[in-house]
Design a protein around this ligand. Structure first.
Ligand code: FES
Length: 281
């Protein structure tokens, strides 16, 4: 985790947390101190704070945690969407703020919140605004990083189930074939300066895992799993079977970040706890 990720300059809340960590313990602060916490919280940007998210597991390298999962939805024509949580207005210490949060997501017992994505500067991206106007489809970019995707798709095309029919056998010479077929894209980034990078894999493993897992049943579909593709170390964009040198780090069948060799397992979805950064006001 970078220093800026832990203690963003623009966050009164995080400055307070830093003060607590480095100074007096909360136990000694008393009632006045508690009021201080509340006012510090309300004076910062909206949302943020301690957040529990589902993530593809970080298994090696310096990254502090996994990358957050994006629940999938497939429309009646087979196009893939990342689900955005329900937009609500809540009062926080007398201030109205918008949040995006779905409690008990599809009966899984999991609270799915847009705070999952508030790190690495993404918290300031337009698409992270709760009410950002987007159809939420996953869109292929100009340089997707896979030959199959460059050959079959143009910049701006939506990802569709029909493009993944060979998912049980696909391979590209990196690691084993048949684990799943990947694609890259962007999400909630129409007309936005900063695009939100995503990666998706359709895998027989995910289909199997979803059979007896309420969260995976709710958040994956037809073997598709997706995540926000920003390394939680220093925010590079990693890749699944994209880098030849992944094999050197035993990551040929994993998601691998070339910047400092962090490795993530896309077939291990785990709960992760972190301090989400607030959205700027
Ligand atoms: S390992 Fe450092 S940015 Fe990914």
């Amino acid at each position: 985790m970078s220093e800026s990720d832990k203690y963003p300059e623009d966050s009164g809340r995080r400055r307070f947390v830093k003060g607590v960590v480095g100074g007096a313990t909360l136990a000694g602060v008393g009632a006045t101190g508690v009021a201080g916490i509340n006012s510090a919280t309300s004076s910062t940007g909206a949302g943020g704070g301690t957040t529990q998210a589902f993530a593809i597991e970080n298994t090696a390298g310096p990254a502090p945690r996994g990358m957050p999962q994006i629940p999938i939805e497939i429309d009646e024509e087979g196009y893939l969407k990342g689900v955005w949580p329900e937009v609500k207005t809540v009062e926080e210490n007398g201030v109205s703020i918008q949040i995006a949060e779905t409690e008990d997501y599809q009966g899984s017992g999991v609270t799915y919140s847009s705070e999952w994505f508030q790190y690495c500067g993404v918290e300031s991206y337009a698409g992270i605004e709760p009410d950002y106007d987007s159809d939420n489809y996953f869109i292929s970019g100009s340089n997707p990083g896979y030959d199959w995707q460059s050959e079959e798709l143009s910049e701006g095309d939506r990802l569709n189930v029909s493009m993944f029919e060979d998912y049980q056998s696909w391979g590209n010479g990196i690691g084993a074939s048949g684990l799943g077929k990947p694609a890259t894209g962007r999400w909630r980034s129409e007309d936005a300066e900063d695009t939100i990078p995503i990666q998706v894999i359709r895998s027989p493993r995910i289909e199997q895992m979803a059979q007896d897992d309420p969260w995976l049943q709710a958040s994956t579909d037809q073997g598709f799993v997706a995540w926000l593709n920003k390394c939680t170390h220093f925010c590079c964009v990693p890749g699944y079977k994209q880098a030849e040198d992944a094999a050197k780090f035993d990551a040929a069948d994993d998601v691998y970040c070339q910047c400092h060799q962090s490795v993530y397992d896309p077939f291990s979805l785990v709960e992760t706890l972190f301090v989400a950064r607030p959205r700027p006001e």
